[in-house]
Design a protein around this ligand. Structure first.
Ligand SMILES: Cc1ncc(C[n+]2csc(CCOP(=O)(O)OP(=O)(O)O)c2C)c(N)n1
Ligand SMILES: [Mg+2]
Length: 451
């Protein structure tokens, strides 16, 4: 027997609708005259391009370079609403630096930035290949997003603390005191892995470089950064924090908790939201980027916020400096949405051809950060095509040489991994008896060839 509620296939199942309270007795109207209630439905955002199509990037809300004014440092959070809806840009199509955000910067600093971006790209490309050669187990690139971490690093001081995600390797690779070989040893989980195989390969940790241990639990970086910044202020210190999160991860409740604490106590922190349009195969609109911007979340929480072209090295530098200066002057937190594009796969375990057009990055309206800074420097007479090619070749050779060196300390292939006892070390100053017993048991088993 069919139920009166059963619908033909394909028809939505009716949702019971609460009956409105009965109107006053005299005004009762016949049921037949009232319109049929509208079945309720949900909106599920979709990307504007799928494999085999062309993405319509008009959803991005791109402003022309130089068009957005530069507010005073002590602007009130509410007054930043227009900045959170627009897009701060400096570099125009011809590589000129235009508008009020154009930073005062020595060409030498820009050259260093360009070299660091080229180095990061060469490192990523080689590590991707190393994963395909099964020398490392897993890798995540930041292809197309290099300017964000690298220009941001130039706005920070020694002692400031970044709470990065796995896509800010540029913070490390832009430093002279971080050895690529050591990063590679971690990627290979070999004998020289500074974290002794206790972290995922790409999750580095460098206290001396202001690079807090990466956590695989997304969005925790934001609460940690705000807490660290609050502690710095409580101690009357001068160091600020910089927290990082992706567009997708803003959907985590930790994001809002961090914003509340940052706002309430005016914590000296920069809150970076890297909107690279994707969270693995999920389009940014699913995390809430369709009807509003991610920067607007900051304004709603009482935090001064900017939306910035993340592929424009000069805009990243200028906005990062602005936010850092605000934090150092006790003017409170700044949230910055960096608009960029994740040009590569999410990780070596992902295949973006399954969910987005293959030529998407080529069509992305904000271009390639390396090409844009290169054009600017050539225009300034501070760089050339020849120098660019020579630098690229030199860096590729340096990365390959570093990989050889790292491989000499072992790789996944040859079992040169940290010694078994390291699993039991570094927790207690003196190993308690139950761990000593477990260690001896494990060593005895390993000696017999077991695991
Ligand atoms: C709390 C939590 N949920 C889910 C995951 C699995 N995960 C890892 S990366 C990722 C996508 C993150 O996307 P986004 O925040 O946009 O950063 P992106 O990778 O684009 O840089 C997901 C869902 C996780 N690591 N932690
Ligand atoms: Mg993302």
């Amino acid at each position: 027997m069919s139920s009166p509620l059963r619908q033909p296939r394909g028809e939505p199942t009716p949702v019971p609708v609460a009956t409105p309270p009965a109107p006053a007795p005299a005004a009762a109207s016949p049921a037949a005259a009232s319109p049929a209630p509208t079945p309720l439905r949900l909106h599920v955002p979709e990307p504007t391009g799928r494999p085999g199509q062309h993405t319509d990037f008009s959803y991005l809300r791109v402003a022309p370079p130089g068009a957005v004014p530069r507010p005073p440092l002590d602007v009130s959070p509410a007054e930043t609403a227009p900045f959170a809806a627009s897009l701060v840009r400096v570099l125009d199509e011809e590589g000129r630096a235009v508008g009020p955000w154009a930073p005062v910067v020595e060409p030498e600093a820009l050259r260093r930035g360009l070299v660091a971006m080229l180095k990061t790209r060469a490192f990523d490309a080689r590590m991707l290949m190393a994963q395909r050669q099964r020398k490392i187990s897993f890798y995540m690139q930041c292809l197309g997003e290099e300017a964000i971490a690298i220009a941001h690093a130039q706005a920070l001081r020694e002692g400031d603390m970044c709470f990065p995600t796995y896509r800010q390797q540029g913070l490390l690779l832009s430093r002279d005191d971080i050895d690529m070989v050591e990063l590679m040893c971690q990627l290979m989980s070999n004998e020289r892995d500074p974290l002794k195989g206790r972290q995922l390969p790409v999750m580095y940790s460098y206290k001396r470089a202001g690079f807090f241990s990466i956590s695989g639990n997304l969005a925790t970086q934001f609460i940690q950064a705000v807490g660290w910044a609050m502690a710095s202020a409580i101690q009357g210190d001068t160091r600020i924090a910089s927290g990082w999160i992706g567009d997708g991860s803003t959907a985590e409740s930790d994001f809002y908790t961090a914003l509340t604490f940052a706002h309430v106590y005016r914590a000296p922190v920069i809150l970076n939201v890297v909107n690279n349009q994707w969270a693995i195969s999920t389009f940014q609109a699913i995390a809430g980027g369709e009807a509003s911007t991610f920067a607007a979340r900051g304004v709603g929480c009482g935090i001064a916020s900017l939306r910035v072209d993340g592929n424009d090295f000069l805009a990243v530098l200028a906005a990062s400096r602005w936010a850092a200066e605000r934090a150092r002057a006790n003017l409170g937190p700044t949230l910055i949405e960096w608009v960029t594009y994740r040009a590569g796969a999410h990780s070596t375990s992902d295949d973006p051809a399954r969910y987005r057009p293959a030529d998407d990055w080529k069509c992305f309206p904000l271009g390639d950060p390396i090409a844009r800074l290169k054009t600017h420097l050539i225009r300034l007479g501070a760089w050339s095509e020849d120098e660019h090619e020579a630098t690229r070749t030199r860096l590729e050779a340096e990365v390959s040489a570093a990989l050889k060196q790292a491989e000499a300390h072992g790789s996944l292939h040859d079992g040169h991994i940290p010694p078994l006892r390291s699993m039991f070390e570094d927790v207690y100053e003196q190993m308690p008896p139950h761990l000593v017993a477990q260690l001896q048991q494990a060593q005895a088993r390993a000696a017999k060839g077991g695991h």
